[in-house]
Design a protein around this ligand. Structure first.
Ligand code: C2E
Ligand code: CA
Ligand code: CA
Length: 592
């Protein structure tokens, strides 16, 4: 609406009344306006659909129909401008009905003065504006200005009713930005929010670009929350139309974004559910599009998937697992197992690695490979990792209190944990609370964690080593970094990944890699640990190459803390597993 000029449509079947109203309006000096007059109900409907007026002044009597009929019809057509009803004589019942139907005011013809009419119009428009603001808050997402979930569901309901009536297909697309959590964790929420706004802008531009004639033009984008968006296609001719929209969205999103001077590359995963094949109701279509989206994620992201029936079973399993996982911390269902690290020359226990287990309420012990990825995806990894650190430190203190020699405990860090801004603070608090020295804690990080966000990573690593902690690069050889590059980081040791150790005696390439890693690490004064040592042959090879420490089933699997206490005790009494196996293991193998 133009701020000054108010566009008024008068709908009245009596020309004399029109003239009266026109004159009253022209006397209203403060009201800059245009007035159009229409005399019939049917004509009025057409005009109202054009949505060009700021206010409608409607006679209650319109031939066969009433002004209330018109108001109801207009509301159904999505008209949102205010209605002022005029009537021949005042009558309380009609007044009430008009109010209920949503009329802005109800004026009795003989009693209208120019100031009264002006005031009524002003109030109606002002009230409507306030209403619009509230409407906007209720139905639009405040960050991106896109429609929100409520509005999306409403429009989808409307689309489905039409689809049913006219027997055509509709589609719902569920879109999720890949690895958005990582962007938030790395760059902070402010930048994350800005990126979401840009994404919303691009999505809207897709809608604007498509002329409404093409069948595959999206009809509505909404933001459900977080990094989840939905798309509504009111009418599709065949299911390929939905795929075309999905492709267009993926293409649009994968053009790099420039936010706060950072060039950010993102991709999205999209799930598609078709009405009526994949669901006939709002909820089922949304749920199934969501399940399909998860499938797209599992297919390596940056793609789209149509919903298939089996997906819900998988989604259900995942959801149950997610819920169980959320409760597992409160219910204290996590355990730490400990696996000893052995000095390859003396056989002494030089450390132990803390490895998490989940004692599931259904019985079994769940290995980390089955829940860590989900924990990372859902953000649960942060409280979980804090629990691991705290438990490992407390256990280390307990062993020392029992009189065992201090043996450092290694803890695996997840990359999200490492990227947390106050990670070093949390860590020093945990150390302080547990009462152990930083020397008794070793952190294992993977190459990719270190490489992901190098500038801040280096800073955090230095902070950690200044606190006196030792750092180990885990799974070494599986990443892409060269050893010499890693020397720019303050690391203490590397762990050769168990995939190399596994074939050290059978695959000459792996043997060569292991040899090269050991000698290069030594030339850089880094200690070398080999993990996954299962056989005497492997041990002998590593021994010959001068590897420093070993870890693996040959010595001991990861053990509950009680069992680990026994190993420590045995060693103190001169009965160490390491020395024993070292002798046995090497003896069984011909030394070349
Ligand atoms: P990882 O850090 O490479 O841990 C070593 C894995 O090798 C452990 O598996 C261990 O049980 C297994 N292992 C030890 N000796 C042998 C052997 O001789 N042969 C073979 N084949 N395997 C051996 P686990 O406990 O299932 O842990 C798997 C991965 O889960 C770990 O790999 C680590 O990346 C992750 N993880 C474990 N605990 C935690 C934790 O507390 N926090 C985080 N963020 N990740 C953890
Ligand atoms: Ca590890
Ligand atoms: Ca490892």
């Amino acid at each position: 609406m133009n701020d000054n000029l108010i566009k008024i449509l008068l709908i009245d079947d009596d020309e004399d009344d029109y003239v009266v109203t026109r004159d009253l309006l022209s006397e209203a000096r403060g009201l800059k306006h245009t007035l159009h007059w229409i005399s019939s109900y049917d004509q009025a409907i057409g005009k109202i659909c054009e949505n060009k007026y700021d206010v409608y002044i409607v006679d209650y009597r319109l031939g066969e129909r009433t002004g209330l009929d018109l108001l109801n019809k207009a509301t159904c057509q999505g008209c949102r401008a205010p209605f002022i009803l005029l009537t021949g004589e005042g009558d309380h019942e009609t007044d009430l009905k008009a109010m209920k139907a949503g009329a802005a005011d109800y004026l009795v013809k003989g009693e209208i003065s120019s100031p009264l009419l002006e005031r009524s119009i002003r109030y109606a428009i002002e009230r409507k504006r306030t209403e619009e603001r509230i409407y906007h808050m209720a139905f639009y997402d405040s960050l991106t200005n896109l429609p929100n979930r409520v509005l999306f569901q409403d429009r989808l309901r409307l689309a489905l009713a039409n689809a049913e009536r006219y027997k055509h297909m509709s589609a719902v697309l569920f879109l999720d930005i890949d690895n958005f959590k990582r962007i938030n964790d790395t760059f902070g929420h402010l930048l994350g929010d800005r990126l979401l706004k840009e994404v919303a802008g691009r999505l809207s531009s897709i809608m604007r670009k498509c002329d409404s004639v093409t069948r595959d033009a999206p009809d509505l984008f909404a933001r459900l929350g977080g990094d989840e968006f939905t798309v509504l296609l009111n009418v599709i001719g065949d299911i390929q139309d939905a795929a075309r929209v999905a492709n267009r969205i993926n293409e649009t999103i994968s053009v790099p974004f420039n936010v706060d001077g950072y060039e950010i590359f993102i991709t999205s995963s999209i799930g598609i559910a078709i009405y009526p094949a994949d669901g006939e109701e709002v909820d089922s279509l949304l749920k199934n599009a969501d399940a399909a989206m998860y499938h797209a994620k599992e297919h390596g992201k940056n793609n789209y998937q149509y919903y298939k029936q089996y997906m819900n079973a998988a989604a259900f399993e995942r959801l149950t697992m997610e819920n169980d996982l959320r409760r597992a911390l409160e219910r204290k269902e996590f355990l730490l197992y400990y696996q000893p690290l052995i000095d390859i020359n003396t056989g002494a226990i030089t450390g132990m690695e803390a490895l998490i287990r989940w004692k599931h309420p259904d019985g079994g012990i769940v290995p980390p490979s089955e829940f860590i990825p989900l924990a990372e995806e859902t953000g649960l990894i942060l409280p979980l990792s804090e629990w691991v650190l705290k438990t490992a430190c407390d256990q280390s203190y307990a062993w020392q209190a029992e009189g065992h020699k201090p043996v450092p405990v290694s803890v695996n860090l997840s990359s999200q944990q490492f990227q947390q801004k106050d990670f070093t603070k949390t860590l020093s608090r945990i150390l302080r609370e547990s009462g152990i020295s930083p020397r008794d804690l070793i952190l294992e990080i993977t190459e990719s964690t270190v490489l992901q966000n190098t500038k801040t990573a280096i800073a955090s690593l230095h902070e950690l080593t200044e606190m006196g902690l030792l750092l180990v690069i885990d799974d070494f050889g599986t990443g892409y970094s060269s050893l010499s590059y890693l020397t720019s980081f303050p690391i203490h040791a590397i762990k050769i990944d168990r995939s190399f150790v596994k074939e050290i005696n059978t695959d000459s390439d792996n043997a060569a890699i292991a040899m090269a890693i050991i000698s290069m690490a030594h030339s850089l004064r880094l200690k070398v640990i080999a993990e996954g040592v299962e056989s005497g042959e492997q041990l002998a090879f590593l021994c010959r190459q001068g590897c420093d420490e070993v870890q693996g089933y040959l010595f001991s699997p990861p053990l509950p803390s009680g069992e680990m206490s026994k190993l420590l005790q045995a060693e103190a009494q001169g009965d160490g597993i390491g020395a024993l196996i070292l002798k046995k293991g090497i003896k069984n193998v011909k030394v070349v």
